[in-house]
Ligand binder design. Structure first.
Ligand code: NIG
Ligand code: FE
Length: 399
């Protein structure tokens, strides 16, 4: 398949640099290259991209699709979501919007609803939110357990997740299970023992919510280290609600990503900048909890790699729209549209330590989004507008 007449193509090909003749280094700030090609074409064979470049040089193919002067970019890589849950927390959101603060305690509401739900109900929920995300241009997503908090309920959540994605994360350490309120050490022993045994076969990643009211630095280190010993790779919910040890621990353990990064010291920013740990920013959470925005500009200027994801969950960020997060990041977190789009595609891929997604270069998966707009900048310029008019996943048109 040849997609031609693309006004502006985001390849994220590092060898092309930013690629846009119209954008200067100043306009783009720091960060990584978007590899823009104007008047471009893409050739797909099977599930892969086999060629991208100037449309006048495109090889001939049988099946030709006219993009009619619109923009194409890699499908969004949503590297942080919590989709295996039941129930909703409308009341809690309402209370927050009339002035109540967010606390991790609300997680217990979803734990109770999730434990009470049938397998079919959980499965139907995941299917529904995935379809919602796909329609909005998300072609890869990570998702996690964390609303079960028993051996059976955590393993069940991971089995449900694994039926839909390879990027599955074991988050038995979301909060201390209510049954262990008086015995947090006992819960850590369960998470690193029997629960890990039951969950490790279904997951690629292990995560901890490192925060006051959840798990402290020493507990988080013990949990992630146990997971590593079982072949799971670490990622951390770090520095979301307050300053703390999460980011430093992520770097110490070579975690793929430190997620949230809302409260960072200069030492935290330095540590990220001098590591391969990606800072994954989740502005849907700050939006929905009326918290201060994470400072993407500070991270980018220091040289850190930044990803943008939804954190889709019923408590702190009930959006499946990566485009919404891109718009927030541009408006309120100091990112340029180019940087935000890179972070939502190649950045998400980096947070999952992958180079076969988040870019449209020969050999990468043919996961791409056609916008009803002449450029990717419109994702931030036209916030809230459903601009996605076509989605290909693994070479197949799905929207
Ligand atoms: O990433 N911070 C911890 N976990 C989720 C919120 C979960 C919830 O409120 O249900 C988050 O924001
Ligand atoms: Fe989260």
């Amino acid at each position: 398949t040849l997609i031609t007449n693309i006004a502006s193509l985001v390849t994220n090909d590092p060898s092309l640099g930013w690629g846009s003749p119209r954008s200067s280094k100043f306009e783009n700030g720091g960060g990584s290259p978007l590899g823009l090609v104007q008047d471009a074409a893409v050739v797909i064979e099977g599930d892969r991209v086999v060629w991208t470049g100037d449309q006048s040089k495109a090889p001939a193919t049988d099946n030709r699709i006219d993009a009619e002067g619109r923009a194409v970019l890699p499908g969004f890589v949503d590297s942080h979501s919590h989709l295996v849950f039941a129930g909703d927390r409308t009341q809690e959101f309402n209370a927050r919007m009339s002035g109540r603060p967010y606390s991790a305690g609300g997680i217990r509401t979803t734990v109770a609803a999730t434990r009470a739900a049938s397998d079919e109900e959980l499965e139907a929920n995941v299917t529904r939110y995935l379809a919602e995300a796909l329609r909005q241009g998300t072609t890869t997503f990570e998702t996690k357990s964390g609303y079960g908090l028993t051996v059976e309920d955590e393993a069940r959540a991971l089995r449900v997740a694994a039926a839909h994605t390879d990027e599955v994360t074991y988050l038995g350490a979301h909060i201390v299970a209510p049954e262990f309120a008086e015995d947090p050490a006992g819960y850590v022993a369960l998470v690193t023992g029997e629960m890990l045994d039951a969950c490790a076969p279904h997951a690629r990643w292990i995560d901890v919510f490192c925060e006051k009211g959840a798990f402290d630095g020493d507990q988080a280190r013990a949990i992630l280290t146990a997971g590593k010993a079982r072949g799971l790779h670490p990622r951390i919910h770090a520095n979301q609600l307050s300053y703390g040890p999460g980011v430093q621990l992520a770097v110490e353990l070579d975690a793929a990503s430190a997620d949230h990064c809302t409260h960072l010291t200069d030492a935290d920013v330095d540590a990220l900048a001098n590591s391969r740990t990606v800072a994954t920013l989740l502005p849907g959470a700050e939006f929905s909890t009326r918290a201060p925005w994470p400072d993407a500009r500070r991270l980018l200027d220091a040289g850190a790699t930044v990803a943008l994801s939804t954190d889709c969950n019923p408590g702190s960020s009930f959006t499946s729209s990566v485009a919404f997060c891109v718009a927030l990041a541009v408006r309120d977190m100091g990112m340029t549209p180019d940087e935000a789009v890179w972070s939502a595609t190649a950045g998400g891929a980096a947070a999952l330590r992958r180079t076969d997604i988040g870019r449209l270069t020969p050999g990468a998966y043919a996961d791409l989004t056609l916008l009803d707009a002449p450029s990717h900048v419109h994702l931030a310029y036209r916030p809230g507008v459903p601009l996605v008019s076509g989605v290909w996943r693994r070479g197949e048109r799905v929207v």
